[in-house]
Design a protein around this ligand. Sequence first.
Ligand code: 13P
Length: 255
Amino acid sequence: MRKPFVAGNWKMNKTVEQASLLVADLLPGLQAIQKIERVLCPPFPSLMVISQMIAGTDIGLGAQNMHWEESGAFTGEVAPAMVKEFCDYVIVGHSERRQFFAETDQTVNAKVKAALKMGLTPIVCVGETITENEAGRTAEIVQREVLEGLKDLSSEDAVKLVIAYEPIWAIGTGKAATSQQAEDIIGKIVRGSLADRFGSESAEQIRILYGGSVKGSNAAEFFGMPDIDGALVGGASLKADEFIQICQAAQGSIK
Ligand code: 13P
C-alpha cells in the first residue's frame, strides 16, 4: 500500500520569524494526524530553525531545490550534503524552476540522481503549460518529463521517489484540474510510463501527487481517486488551518 503524502511548498514566502510562527501554528494539528507523510518545504534560511522545531515528531522537512554537484564554485547554489543536514526531502524540477531558472529534463535528472545518492527523497515535478494542454500535448509532455527526469535510474531507486503532477495552468490560479483530469494523467500517463520503464510492480509502489490550487475544500476529491496518493500544496500550505485540513482529508481517504 502506498502511504499518503502531503507536502507544503512554501515557495519564496515567509521570513525565518514568520516561518517559526507558522510552524508553531501547524504543530498541534499536524501531530494529531497519523499514517500520512506530512512534509514542510520552506525557503532555505528557515530550514535549520524548523528542523529544531519539528525534532522528535514524524513531520518531514524538505528543500525546494538544490544543485547536483557535491561542492565547488557555484555561487548562490546549495549542495546535496547541505540539504541533508536538515532535510530528508527535496523538490526537484518545479515548473517555476523550469520556467524562470532554465531547468531542463537533464538538470532535473542530475538532481534526482544526486538526491538519491545523498539519501534524500526527491519530489519530482512534471506538468504541461496551458498552450501544450490546449494543443492536446499533455500526455507527450508529461511522459517525456517523467522518463527523461528519471533516466538511468534502477527500479530500486525509482520506488524511493515521489512524483508530483502539477499542470502549470492550475498552479496559483485557483483553477484546479478536476479530480478526473488529474486521475487520468496520473494513472494512465505518469504511472503508465513508470510501469513501462520500471515494471508494474515498481510503478505500483511509487507515490504520485497532484498539485495545482489544492485547498481544504477540494482535497478530498483528489485523494478519493485510486492513483492519486497525495498533494503538493502551494498557497494553501501557508495557512495552518488549510494545510491541516488537507492532511486530514488525506487521512480520511485511507480505506
Ligand atoms: P498552488 O497550490 O498555489 O496552486 O501551487 C501549487 C504548487 O506549485 C506546489 O508546488
